[in-house]
Design a protein around this ligand. Sequence first.
Ligand code: XIL
Length: 392
Amino acid sequence: MANFSANYGNKITKMRFYSPYERWLTRRALLQALALLGVSTALPLGLGACSPARQLSRAREPEGLRSLLNTRQYFGVAVDARHLADTPYAAAIAKHANILVPENDLKWRVIQPQAGAFNFSAYQKLAAFAQENNQSMRGHTLVWHTGLPKWAEKILLHGGKAEVRSMLHAHLQETLQQTATLVHDWDVVNEAVSPHSRRKDFLRANSPWFKALGPDYITEAFSAVHSLNPTLTLTYNDYSMEYADAAGIRRRSGVLQLLQRLKQQGVPIHQLGLQSHLQCHRPLAGKAFTDFLRTVQQLGIKIIVTELDLNLAKLSGTDSERLNLGAHYAATYLKMIAEVQLLDTIICWGLSTPYSFMTKKDRSTLHPLPLDNNLAPLPLWHAVRSTFIESV
Ligand code: XIL
């Protein structure tokens, strides 16, 4: 609970505001159990009958999330340079985030659309914005099965290993050099594991990188990045490790096997990025998830949240109820991570609803990020805020 000053006409009034997250606390044990058990979220929980976040937005401007962070905490947002043309949105990013991630502007297709013809202009716009606003940056992403230009895909699928290695090396060299000033942490390999894989190690065998170089492409990528710049923090980034279902079990198994193998081989790897595109109708894995995180941590690998957003498409209830349930789901999830290790980095995949990558695909349903269409805080904003406040 916090004290806020609200300006009603000429009168400055002090009021006590119960954040949506605080309202959930009383129901927390019940809801946590429900989330963990995956009990239908259509239960008449009576949450958020009137949307407190919307009332709040009318009453006052939200404080900047970054102003609540200590010097080792990072709240980040994924953004494309072209999003900055939306001035109020850019101002909200400057106000809330102390770290930026190029949502697309450092992907192969953007920075090397033609072989050898590099283009970092979009990234440079983001970097200038970050510098102006005293923000740091993360790099995303160097080796991914998608986001590739046609010419690179062609080499991966039809070129020889030597040609592939030389293409990879040239891309890494140029990219790391161009971004060296601001980017000290890279998603080196993204989404290498798939629960649909027929392999025991669950590696995504239909990735063009796997097809070109076999399973060792991951080792090669991490080692190459490290030898080009040994000061970088190197991250393996993947999604859907948090669910109780069979796909979640397979994904955790695949990621763990991969991380264990990399560590055994002495490959430099420092972080696991949990993307956290939370599908709030899927039961969370509970202990199986925290056990997984603990094993990762015991390997000496730090855990960060890299792409948080909520998918409420399969929840029922009013918008307000779904927003609250989604935020509660996120708070439960973030708390599980924070129980295992200090959670100092949470990055959302966009800051406000219209910029959700899921909204682009499907406008018919709610895809919340921390802020709504009017840049007012949604319950997810409060869940992230509370997680930071509690994890110090
Ligand atoms: C997405 C972007 O948000 C979209 O704009 C783009 O069209 C496709 O890629 N996991 C990732 C991100 O690691 O790179 C993806 O970003 C979202 C899922």
